[in-house]
Design a protein around this ligand. Structure first.
Ligand SMILES: NC(=O)c1ccc[n+]([C@@H]2O[C@H](COP(=O)([O-])OP(=O)(O)OC[C@H]3O[C@@H](n4cnc5c(N)ncnc54)[C@H](O)[C@@H]3O)[C@@H](O)[C@H]2O)c1
Ligand SMILES: O=P(O)(O)OC[C@@H](O)[C@@H](O)[C@H](O)[C@H](O)CO
Length: 537
């Protein structure tokens, strides 16, 4: 059994394997989508394939013409391994907490355009000018939005981009989008919506800012007119709704791959690129939320019919505060850094560890919930109960702490900084916090690159790892670092508002973190001992 359009013809095999297949002719849908494209997507990774592509399929099945054209700006080989080899289909594998699995062949994608292929690039720019194309969505990870380096200078790749002709630009996602928008503007400026579904605060605002930086560069270089900037800034012409997307989607698991082989699939083996596993299937939990600000400039898919919520910005904000800054993602980061240091295999294994379970419970219930407001879609206490009691504990969801530890430096200001800012705004007692400073201290300990057993571990990729590691590299395990050495090492980290949204030395937290780090460095086993002493007194 294989997952391709022809492969789907083996109806009996798919039925016997319990795979739900699309309720329409996939080849005809793809053909119709190529003839009348409407929705572009950048970043056709796991969450896109199992969630947004499925939404598109549900809408297509209900008679709405919203097939997705995937735009590939990076890693075309990875794209081929995941989608290209399967005629743009994905096998969605839902891993239920009771051990049951739901399998579904997902068919929301009609075409793929790889910007490094000349013909594809020309077609992409032609689509940018097409008034019927009214939505561009993104799941390219947070670092894809970075346009400046740590010193506030335009990234070299973008400095090169603004020095060249925008028409036909093909590399950095923010410049590709700016160039596509310029093409659209020059073709008459039909309204369009750009919808970031990446997992950070006010993603739409940040997308607008990043694109505008590049656009301004082209205006200053004389490649675009001032009026282009005015068009870009007009939300009735170019809209950037904020969104929150929630569905724990681990990297594809070898165990799931083996099970699919046993079911009869011959094309669901894992391919690895660096440390990243990729496959024709995506494994994910059943829970999902997609919350979208009702701020579209043009025609949009009827997302509500596929289970998403299109809501006022305030609701989106509240949901984001609940999910990204208090009740899910900070807890994930806590388990990620602790899990890497303690060499824990999965998030659910960590949840069976009383000290780690106590750490995330305290983070959520005691330190996060006091600064959350109810978004209405789901009550924060119910959301947190589900996160701690059903989602993180799902023994069938093989989520690796190292996946979540990726790019931690980019996530801290949102996952922890926002809560700290809210404590300060509301004059709540920052000095009374215990879980948040412990997690920050654990992350500083993580930056040493030495696990709790005293041996090195491989840190997850992070654009600032080397720079931050250099600050703590001199702190050895075993108690040789005195308070002055720890202070000297941590001062540049804890005072950096790009990491925590504020200078932690203006709060009682910095001293607490320095003291905790001294304990965490006391010797092999000190990480476990410190977490237990702090969380299980
Ligand atoms: N996996 C989850 O549990 C989950 C849940 C909710 C939200 N998200 C968010 O969705 C995003 C994607 O996560 P994922 O799990 O699908 O990751 P993924 O690695 O499977 O997919 C990321 C995709 O983006 C592309 N990409 C990476 N860097 C890029 C760049 N600089 N420019 C353009 N494209 C780039 C990759 O080639 C890949 O196709 C992240 O922002 C993540 O926070 C993930
Ligand atoms: O996707 P990231 O890298 O921003 O964060 C890792 C996880 O915390 C995240 O992917 C969660 O699984 C997700 O946010 C759940 O909806």
């Amino acid at each position: 059994m294989i997952l391709t359009i022809d492969g789907l013809e083996d109806h009996d095999a798919f039925r016997d394997a319990g795979v739900i297949t699309p309720g329409f002719d996939v080849a005809a849908m793809q053909d119709a989508g190529r003839r009348r494209p409407r929705w572009l997507h950048l970043g056709a990774g796991n969450i896109f394939r199992v969630f947004l592509a499925r939404i598109a399929e549900d809408l297509i099945a209900a008679g709405h013409h919203w097939p997705i054209t995937a735009v590939v700006t990076t890693d075309p080989a990875g794209f081929n391994a995941r989608l290209g080899a399967h005629d743009l289909l994905t096998l969605g594998v839902t891993l239920n907490p009771d051990g049951g699995r739901d399998l579904r062949a997902i068919a929301g994608v009609c075409e793929a355009l790889v910007t490094r292929r000349e013909g594809d690039l020309a077609r992409l720019f032609a689509l940018a000018a097409d008034p019927e194309v009214t939505l561009v969505s993104l799941t390219i990870t947070e670092k894809g939005y970075a346009v400046h380096d740590g010193a506030g200078r335009l990234l070299p790749e973008l400095a090169d981009a603004v020095a060249t002709d925008p028409h036909g630009y093909q590399s950095h996602a923010m410049a590709v989008l700016a160039a596509l928008l310029l093409t659209r503007y020059e073709a008459g400026g039909a309204p369009i919506t750009l919808m970031s579904c990446d997992n950070f605060s006010h993603n739409g605002d940040r997308l607008r800012e990043a694109i505008t930086v590049v656009a301004r560069g082209w205006v200053q270089a004389g490649s675009a007119s001032e009026s282009f900037l005015a068009w870009l800034a007009d939300p009735t012409r170019v809209a950037f709704p904020i969104t929150v997307i929630d569905k724990i989607t681990p990297r594809p698991s070898p165990a799931v791959s083996d099970d699919l082989a046993r079911l009869g699939f011959t094309d669901m083996a894992l391919a690895t690129r660096g440390r990243t596993a990729m496959a024709g299937f995506v494994n994910a939990e059943p829970t999902e939320y997609l919350i979208i600000e009702d701020a579209f400039a043009a025609d949009r898919p009827p997302f509500e019919q596929a289970g998403a919520h299109v809501v006022a910005r305030e609701v989106c904000d509240k949901f984001e505060n609940m999910k990204v800054t208090t009740c899910l993602n900070p807890l994930h980061t806590a388990l990620a850094v602790a899990g890497c240091l303690l060499r824990m295999p999965t998030i659910d294994a960590e949840m069976r560890d009383p000290a780690l379970e106590a750490l995330v419970s305290r983070l959520g219930w005691d330190e996060g919930l006091p600064v959350v407001s109810d978004p209405g879609v789901v009550a924060p206490a119910d959301f947190l109960t589900e996160v701690l009691g059903a989602r993180f504990t799902n023994p069938y969801l093989p989520d690796d702490p190292a996946r979540i530890a990726m790019d931690t430096s980019q996530k801290l200001p949102i996952r922890f900084g926002q809560t700290l800012l809210r404590y300060r705004e509301r004059s709540l007692d920052l000095g009374g916090l215990t879980a948040i400073p412990l997690v920050i201290a654990l992350w500083c300990r993580y930056l040493t690159g030495i696990a709790d057993d005293g041996a090195p571990f491989t840190p997850s990729s992070d654009p600032r790892y080397e720079e931050l590691h250099a600050h703590v590299a001199g702190l050895s395990l075993g108690g040789s670092a005195d308070a002055a050495a720890i202070h000297a090492a941590l001062r540049p980290i804890l005072s950096d508002p790009t990491l925590f949204a504020l200078d932690l030395y203006t709060t009682p937290l910095a001293v607490k973190i320095e003291t905790l780090l001294a304990r965490l460095l006391a010797g092999p086993g000190a990480v476990r001992t410190t977490i237990e002493e702090e969380m299980l007194p």
